[in-house]
Design a protein around this ligand. Structure first.
Ligand SMILES: [Zn+2]
Length: 338
């Protein structure tokens, strides 16, 4: 695992303790020869400490994280007084970003291309560059996501929660719901874990939106993690954000449309639902042929579709199960995350 030292070199540039620098990591050129670069800002405190990378828009249409990083960089506590280094990468998938697209030009998902290779597809090369220039120089990481297009997610952490340090970081981030996911899927999270770097994935809101509540939750979450690993003092984090509990879902499952039609949603994100409870109704354009959509189990709605016209089989509501869903719902309402 890397440690803080006086020498930090990214994209061929040296960044000294107590300084702040904007860099560009060259990726490739578009076919019109426009240079494509990943923008990076590195902020080094005077004192040694952890090296945390915070990245967003690995899926190019997931925008909340970009705004989270922008606001983070404007905070007074982020600077020379820090212990350690913050590496901020607001837009990783620069190709998808300019097209409002989740994917790369060849329709690959960058978050399935890790750890990548220097001679692979464009996604594989970008993953390889990101691993070498960012991940391998860090001691911790946070990757910011939203739901896919036309889907929204309750603010949540996804992480390898069989690792003690990752659980500590999850607790520090301060959202109510966490999902344990340790599948081998070619994601940045998996590649970082294989390098022994504890990493959180924050999910919140919908693609192609700036959502104020999600953004605030994300900014506070990152600051709170930085505080917990000794990079900053408590800054101006609200006390309410510091004292909280995280609940780890034992599983989550999508309820799919039993029929095609127009969906009328009866529940909101973050709500608790009982097994068999009505989540919404599907009907034809006249309002006839009404088909109920019911929950397959008791749990909390942590994700849902935002598009009201659905085909049979479409994923509509993501229900996470917990030991005690009532308590989880109370905490979500109290923290007003939904
Ligand atoms: Zn994503």
């Amino acid at each position: 695992m890397p440690t803080h030292s006086n020498v930090l070199e990214i994209a061929g540039e040296s960044i000294l303790p107590g300084t702040r620098k904007r860099l560009e990591i060259k990726v490739s050129k578009l076919f019109d020869y426009t240079e494509m670069v990943i923008p990076v800002e590195v902020i080094r405190g005077k004192a040694p400490g952890p090296v945390l990378f915070v990245s967003a828009a690995i899926h190019g249409d997931e925008l909340n994280g970009i705004e989270i990083i922008k606001r983070l960089l404007a905070r007074k506590s982020i600077g020379r007084s820090m212990h350690g280094t913050l590496i901020a990468v607001p837009i990783v998938n620069v190709f998808g970003f300019i097209n409002n697209s989740r994917y790369l030009p060849d329709r690959r998902d960058l978050n399935r291309c890790f750890p990548g290779s220097a001679s692979g597809s464009l996604g594989s090369q970008m993953a390889n560059i990101f691993m070498r220039e960012i991940v391998e120089k860090s001691t911790h990481g946070i990757d910011l996501h939203t739901g896919a297009i036309h889907r929204t997610n309750l603010p949540q952490i996804r992480a390898q929660l069989d690792d003690r340090e990752t659980v500590e970081l999850t607790r520090a981030f301060g959202v109510t719901v966490a999902i344990n996911s340790s599948i081998r899927d070619g994601s940045l999270r998996q590649a970082a874990a294989e390098k022994g770097i504890p990493m959180l994935l924050f999910e919140g809101g919908e693609a192609l939106r700036f959502e104020e509540k999600v953004i605030k939750t994300g900014v506070n979450g990152v600051l709170s993690v930085m505080r917990s690993i000794g990079m900053i003092r408590s800054s101006r984090l609200r006390k309410a954000h510091l004292a909280k509990e995280v609940f780890i879902a034992s599983s989550s499952q999508w309820v799919r449309a039993p029929h095609s039609g127009a969906l009328r949603v009866r529940k909101k994100i973050g709500s608790m639902v009982q097994e068999g409870e009505l989540l919404g109704t599907l009907s034809d354009p006249y309002g006839d042929a009404v088909v109920p959509v019911c929950s397959s189990k008791k749990g909390i709605i942590i994700g849902m579709t935002m598009i009201p016209l659905v085909n049979q089989g479409d994923a509509l509501f993501n229900i996470a199960t917990f030991e005690d869903s009532e308590i989880v719902e109370e905490h979500i309402e109290e923290r007003d995350e939904n």
